[in-house]
Design a protein around this ligand. Sequence first.
Ligand code: GAR
Length: 190
Amino acid sequence: MSKKNIALFASGAGSNAQKIIDHFRHHAFVSVGLIVCNKPDAGVTKIAATEGIELLLIDKAELQSSSFPSLLQEKGIDFIILAGFLLKIPASLVEAYPRRIINIHPALLPKYGGKGMYGHFVHEAVINAGEKESGITIHYVDEQYDHGATIFQATCAVLPADTPDLLAQKVHLLEHQHFATVIEELIAGK
Ligand code: GAR
């Protein structure tokens, strides 16, 4: 199998991006070739510098431009991994990378997804609704927020004493435990 090159898209601290980079360091058939970020001061930009991975800072207009998919293709990107990326992926990119864009969402979709549902907003909504369970969803990306086919879910309990911060910590643990291996299995099966 020829080596597959992934781009990590992230808008925040980048703890998932870091785990994925660590997992695929010296890997047989996957490498992380690019980090794409829309927030110049996001933690993930420092990870790119420390790891020596090319960083592409973009804004919404660049993401939506018709030349963006070919820019990624020219850079040899085979798969796009959204690791806390908060801009909507345009249809042009979905069409250029069919079933090759993967997102992680910090809840059990189809509940608690959609526009504005990210980070602590998700955990607040889960707790306010009195849910007994939350977790993570790894799914293919389509033109709608948090909507494409589910690849993997893992759950954790929501306890009466849980705050949004505590729940976020549990969910992050699940993300760090599973995201990279799910990506690896998915790429191995293509
Ligand atoms: C993760 O919990 C991810 O599930 C979430 O952003 C966080 C990024 O954390 N994504 C969304 O909410 C997308 N709707 P990180 O920057 O530490 O990896």
